[in-house]
Design a binder for this molecule. Structure first.
Ligand code: SF4
Length: 701
């Protein structure tokens, strides 16, 4: 008799519900969960191929020290001893954790508690820094806290959906399916896609704006000015619930038509059509993703968008609001429990003494870190220059995914002590580890994740742990115990950790009502096993559901008002005669991150089987390229060799290369080796778009 288990897809931030079926012969099938509010039974190509990625080929099954199998006791003792010794000799900031949006919230919670609470350093950061930290920073500047004001249903209810820096069709496919279905059912709905490339998402667009890379701030500042000059401003909302309108408006500059056209690369008629649509449509949702976030001006871009929604009061009501799309399955869960170096658990602020005191008392953690730690790019710089002497990397592959990836690889090679917890034995990163710790993968591990609309769902195990693989939270708790912090890490299950996290979120009712999931603070194992998807908040004593915030104000700045923020444009990388092309990186439909999982599925690899560079036909002609020729791309930081895909979907002077392939899958394919390690000054998010590169024909097809 087959067993059915309800769980959650481990890929993108849509967070689709999955029903996994395990047959008597051990075979696994998957289908969409019709009851899950994120997907109502839908799955995309990646989600529906999950069963094809579960074989044990290449799995890391046992702990290893210097390539030799050891037992868990020896491995955990070694990690604890090396971290303790390094801290004793060089202080707590000489060690670091680099974690991942692939971790479950419970794993994240324990990692953050160990590093910030008991080791006493802020040096824990996450690969989510690479995908959405500019949105977090933008939310905090505008709202006073990192709250997502709306929900997926808003995309279906809106009369105008703006997708900027988001290839929703490929990167959040089920949400795209929901949007496309709503558009088909509601002819009055309009979709605007703002992207230098004409992606598949643009196929449903009424207006595609092929914006110049990093032209977003100018476009939305221009829109802000246009709205201010029109009747669309909601003066009652602005005066009752916001501050800084006049200052931000003044800072937006004059932005005459010629300036706007130059800054955005758009025809003024296109800009005017966009402005008119926004001005005249009440129900507007603006979705943004990596094309906005991954920029030296990522946070300003986010705030330029939010300014337009605050000015019109179009926020927190059905079909209205700015909406940040998270990339990873649990980027949001990491935000909830302090996975970012500049945050504490429960959305509390490490730079506020009262917040630190609250967490210190709740955890019984006198050594709690007193300042933010190093964000991802700075963390690997500190590994490179020797300030960090021991690093534990969990569930991520920075040698492929970090900017200036060759330098990250060199840093790990030189680091005195590198621990990697992963499901795979051989990745570009594990080969530089002194110690490997085998982790549970999807279908084996057990905990919660939070999607882009704040919905917490269970990931449930339905397969036995392979070899000696163990949960990441267990590994962390065991090391914490061995470092002498026993009582604080005496967890026996993920449900205990979730309950503690829920308890902290509602601790002392610290005025953080929107993050409070205290209703689950006493959850026991049976109720945890039965936990149904829910959106935060759910404070103690309530079963209420809050799907939207801020329709009536109630922001988190001390005066309860949102802030308009003066947003300035920034340019990531300047073109030159030596590096005349603008490179944008991104994803393809059927692969996920560095392909350690999707690379196992022949079906998924059949969609696009090798790395490529999209290039406009005129640029290809000038370079003497024929279709499928090999192209060498270079920046001052590195080189990649990929195949030419000549297409008019690409704007002239721009190149697009997916970020998935590593040198394991194709020679010289790590595109992040070309990306400079420069970041948004507010969020610390790397600028993985708008990179200046050269291109030349390398070899014929
Ligand atoms: Fe998984 Fe995202 Fe596809 Fe849903 S849309 S099935 S969460 S990859």
């Amino acid at each position: 008799m087959a067993t059915e288990v309800k769980t959650t897809c481990p890929y993108c931030g849509v967070g689709c519900g999955v029903i996994a079926t395990v047959g008597d012969d051990g075979g696994v099938g998957v289908k969409g969960d019709p009851d899950h509010p994120a997907n109502f039974g839908r799955l995309c190509s990646k989600g529906s191929a999950l069963a094809e990625t579960l074989d044990l080929d290449g799995r890391l099954l046992y702990p290893e020290i210097d390539g030799e199998r050891v037992d868990w006791d020896e491995a955990l003792d070694r990690v604890a001893e090396r971290f303790s010794r390094t801290i004793a000799e060089h202080g707590p900031d000489s060690v670091a954790f680099y974690v991942s949006g692939q971790l479950l919230t419970e794993d994240y919670y324990v990692a953050n508690k160990l590093m910030k609470g008991f080791i006493g350093s802020g040096n824990i950061d996450t690969n989510s820094r690479l995908c959405m930290s500019s949105s977090v920073a933008g939310h905090r500047r505008a709202f006073g806290a990192d709250t997502v004001p709306g929900c997926y249903e808003d995309l279906e209810l809106a009369d105008l959906v703006i997708l900027t820096g988001s290839n929703l069709a490929w990167c959040h496919p089920v949400l795209y399916q929901r949007l496309a279905a709503a558009k088909a059912a509601r002819p009055q709905m309009r979709v605007v896609v703002i992207d230098p490339r004409r992606t598949m998402t643009a196929d449903i667009a009424d207006l595609h704006l092929a914006i110049r890379p990093d032209g977003d701030v100018a476009l939305f500042n221009g829109l802000f000015k246009h709205l201010a000059a029109s009747a669309a401003v909601d003066h009652d909302y602005v005066s009752a619930h916001t501050s800084g309108f006049a200052e931000a408006l003044s800072a937006a500059g004059t932005l005459d038509e010629a300036t706007l056209a130059e800054a955005t690369g758009l025809a003024i008629s296109e800009v005017a059509a966009f402005f008119r649509l926004f001005e005249t449509t009440e129900r507007v949702v603006t979705c943004y993703s990596q094309g906005v976030n991954q920029s030296v001006a990522g946070t300003d871009k986010v705030n330029a968008i939010i300014n337009c929604h605050l000015a019109t009061g179009r926020i927190g009501r059905p079909g209205m609001g700015p909406f940040s799309l998270t990339g990873q399955p649990n980027a949001m869960g990491g935000r909830e429990v302090g996975g970012l170096a500049n945050m504490l658990a429960a959305h509390l602020d490490i730079e506020k003494a009262a917040h630190r005191d609250q967490v210190r008392r709740f955890w019984g953690a006198p050594a709690l870190a007193s300042k933010p730690g190093l964000k991802a790019v700075d963390m690997f710089r500190a590994v490179a220059d020797g300030r960090i002497k021991a690093i534990w990397i969990m569930a991520t592959n920075p040698v492929v995914s970090m900017p200036d990836a060759d330098a990250v690889e060199a840093a790990l090679k030189a680091c005195p002590f590198v621990v990697v917890s992963d499901v795979l034995k051989e990745t570009d990163t594990t080969r530089h580890a002194h110690m490997l710790l085998p982790s549970l993968g999807w279908g084996e591990k057990d905990g919660t994740v939070t999607n882009s609309e704040r919905r917490i769902s269970r990931q449930r195990g339905f397969l036995p742990p392979p070899g000696e693989a163990r949960a990441d939270w267990w590994q962390l708790a065991e090391v914490g115990h061995r470092m002498g912090f026993s009582g604080a890490f005496a967890y026996t299950s993920s449900s205990e950790i979730f309950a503690e996290h829920a308890g902290l979120s509602g601790f002392e009712n610290f005025g953080r009502r929107d993050f409070d999931i205290g209703a689950h603070a006493e959850i026991d194992r049976p109720r945890y096993d039965e936990l149904q998807p829910f959106q935060w908040p759910q404070p103690r004593g309530t079963e209420s559901v809050t799907t939207r915030f801020f329709a009536d104000g109630g922001f988190y700045h001390p005066d309860g008002r949102a802030r308009f923020v003066a947003a300035a444009s920034g340019v990531a990388d300047r073109l030159s005669a030596a590096f005349p092309f603008t490179l944008n990186t991104g994803r393809v439909r059927d692969h996920w991150h560095t392909m350690t999982r999707t690379g196992k599925s022949p079906r998924l690899s059949a969609h696009i089987g090798e790395p490529f560079v999209e290039i406009h036909p005129r640029d290809a002609m000038e370079l003497g390229l024929s279709p499928a020729d090999l192209v060498a791309l270079e920046s001052p930081y590195g080189t990649a060799i990929v195949r030419a895909l000549i297409t008019e979907r690409q704007a002239r002077g721009n190149l697009f290369v997916p970020m998935h392939w590593s040198d394991q899958f194709a020679a010289k394919a790590r595109i992040d080796a070309l990306v400079p390690p420069i970041t948004d000054p507010v969020s610390g998010q790397p600028a993985s778009k708008n990179v200046a590169v050269s291109a030349r024909r390398f070899a014929a097809s």
